[in-house]
Design a protein around this ligand. Structure first.
Ligand code: FE
Ligand code: FE
Length: 327
């Protein structure tokens, strides 16, 4: 790796997603187009541009055979592939209404990042043996329910703010705090789950997690600067965040996650010999965890991450507490 690659984008030096998102501060001025070409395209993605993993990181044969583990992975990466495609489309109005060149360049790079995530998640299914020819249709069919019940409401909510109302900071808040703030811990969990089972899968998740550190931290800086310069925007921002939390509370994402965690649980037991004493988080063997425990841990990470990001922006974390827990 050349020294011109920023450490947070360097494959071997970048921190984990949660640590990076909690501890790093990056802004749109540093993460511009030149940074992206140098540190991301020629840094993070070096030798991993095509599939999202190094050619030496392989897909094990047992994941190409039918079974619950394969089914869990197909559901997870199929849904994530579709979500990332939708995220890409959603980011187009951010580029269109970016208030300045630094924000424009940053969102142009994030748009490409999400399009790339969609591609590597989707194409991983072909590496697992799904037919390339019908891939898009197969994913659409598999994720139809998830799309209508989980993704569509989020898209409508976001487009109303960023496209219809032309509210750039409001859109930044929705994308980084409401959408990615919840999805990032799920991505972290994915990386930890698949790493001992499939080097290729683990690397794909790792690569997207490195991008995610940038998405979360740069958006926080944009918002922090905006509120400092425009304190009058604060109440509006709080209102958007409250509605965003209300929206998440009304969305049945848990049932989709738990379904594939249950499949993972069955598959994990079948392949226990490959997992051994591997710890999913310090002191806890992955083999000893249950679907609910893993889901709850991702929620706990969401809260921890939100706490430090909100403090950085000078915003009260309580605004993100779900209505269920404050009622
Ligand atoms: Fe992404
Ligand atoms: Fe992202």
């Amino acid at each position: 790796m050349t020294s011109s690659v920023a450490p947070e984008a360097d494959w071997d030096l970048a921190p984990g997603l949660l640590d990076g998102a909690k501890e790093l501060t990056l802004g749109p001025e540093e993460c511009d187009l030149a940074y992206w070409f140098t540190s991301v395209a020629q840094g993070t993605l070096r030798d991993r541009g095509e599939t999202g993993h190094h050619k030496d990181a392989v897909v094990p044969d047992f994941l190409k055979e039918p079974g619950p583990l394969r089914e869990a992975l197909i559901l997870e990466f199929g849904f994530r592939g579709l979500s990332e495609e939708i995220a890409t489309r959603l980011l187009a109005p951010y580029v269109a209404i970016a208030p300045g060149v630094p924000e424009l360049e940053f969102y142009a790079t994030q748009l490409i990042d999400e399009a790339r995530h969609a591609r590597v998640f989707r194409n991983h299914l072909v590496e697992l043996g799904m037919p390339a020819k019908t891939l898009l249709r197969d994913i659409d069919e598999m994720a139809a329910d998830y799309r209508t019940r989980v993704l569509d409401p989020v898209v409508d909510f976001t487009l109303d703010i960023v496209r219809d109302q032309g509210d750039f900071p409001g859109g930044v808040a929705v994308f980084a705090i409401v959408i990615e703030g919840v999805l990032a811990p799920a991505a972290e969990l994915s990386e930890r789950k698949w790493t001992p089972l499939s080097p290729a899968t683990g690397e794909i998740s790792r690569g997207t997690a490195i991008d995610e550190i940038r998405h979360l931290t740069v958006a926080s800086t944009i918002l922090k600067n905006h509120i400092e310069a425009n304190p009058g925007y604060r109440p509006r921002l709080m209102e958007i965040l409250r509605s965003g939390v209300e929206l998440w509370d009304s969305i049945p994402d848990r049932e989709f996650v738990i379904h594939r965690e249950e499949l993972f649980q069955k598959g994990m037991a079948e392949h226990a010999d490959k997992i051994g004493d591997y710890e999913i988080w310090p002191g806890v063997r992955m083999l000893d965890t249950t679907p609910d425990q893993r889901y709850d841990m991702a929620e706990q990470w969401t809260d921890e991450m939100a706490e430090s990001r909100m403090a950085y922006m000078g915003l009260p974390v309580e605004v993100l507490s779900s209505r269920d827990s404050t009622a």
